[in-house]
Design a protein around this ligand. Sequence first.
Ligand SMILES: *Cc1c(COP(=O)(O)O)cnc(C)c1O
Length: 382
Amino acid sequence: MYDALIQFIRERFPGDAAIALHEPHFWGNEKKYVSEAISSTFVSSVGEHVIRFEEEIAALIGTDFAVAAVNGTAALHISLILSGAESGDEVVTQPLTFVATCNAMSYAGLNPVFVDVDRETLGMSPLALQQWLDENVERRDAGAFNRKTGRRVRAVVPMHTFGHPCRIDEIAKICKDWNLKLIEDAAESLGSLAGGKMTGSIGDFSILSFNGNKILTTGGGGMICTNDEAAAKRAKHLTTTAKVPHSWDYIHDEVGYNYRMPNLNAALGRAQLEQLDGFLTSKRRLAAEYRDFFTNRSETFVDEPAGAKSNFWLNAIIMENRAERDILLKTTNEAGVMTRPVWELMHRLPMFSGAERGDLANAEWLAERLVNLPSSARKVAP
Ligand SMILES: *Cc1c(COP(=O)(O)O)cnc(C)c1O
């Protein structure tokens, strides 16, 4: 039934018996930089590569500061703390996301609130956010409060799903109006543009992930981006066990975290970063081929939203219904072509099932139909 699709994908990844959803590629200076880092003995939490990698990411995203972290989840945890959210507060996010977004909230004692996504962007719907705030939240001197739970609402965390930018400018306006901090979960969208601006440059904070399955990997790693100098300093402090800088004394002035990115990983990341343009070009080309393939078929290719430029981290299609989705998943996976449904929605997971939420019709509609297709970068002819 899906023979043509399987053949189409096989032709694009020839020679792979099993075709992965997303594979990392080390086509550049990875071995050189990592081996130099080993020779220098600076393999761990101190080293030039971390500092350079932070500078390079800040320059790319266009924020004044970038602070490296051991992974994207840790970067989110720290960003949430820096947003001023305190244990017991509520943070608004989307139910269609990777579990890390909500886990980080739990680490900080925060309660996720779920509002719906747009069908077009797969990211948080500004309308759904506005509606939830209008219906549930009142402004008091001490901030915005959920009338029903009595909890303070402090921040909003939209996610740029599969690399497609959500309507972040509209969300930013709403956050400003309600005096809520905006944290972009840009873990999947490195290199994507929302209205000409890099995703990750719009929020008060944004986070990136360099996990092995992301567009660019450090093995494991993350980044906190911000224009707020004091917050960036505090991010460094909190990720470095809150150690007070001193030539020999070990003084820590609060409970901190060992969330540093090791120098070895930053060395790998810098070599990867040199190839980002090539990865982006390759992924854009593959997306165009998928777009052509799905023209005049019953499945709908998830294209980049109007006015946005996606990094096409993971290509996705929307099936007609759940039954069709399941047939496609079964057929392709049995044929050695890895395809996957979207994550179980957050409000359906046991630990977040009691969370406050708006109407989630779009997320629920999408969850039954979305399928991710093999999306690894391929070598681009120079
Ligand atoms: C990958 C990812 C993260 C964080 O991932 P780490 O594996 O901790 O680096 C956070 N949010 C989303 C949406 C992600 O896809």
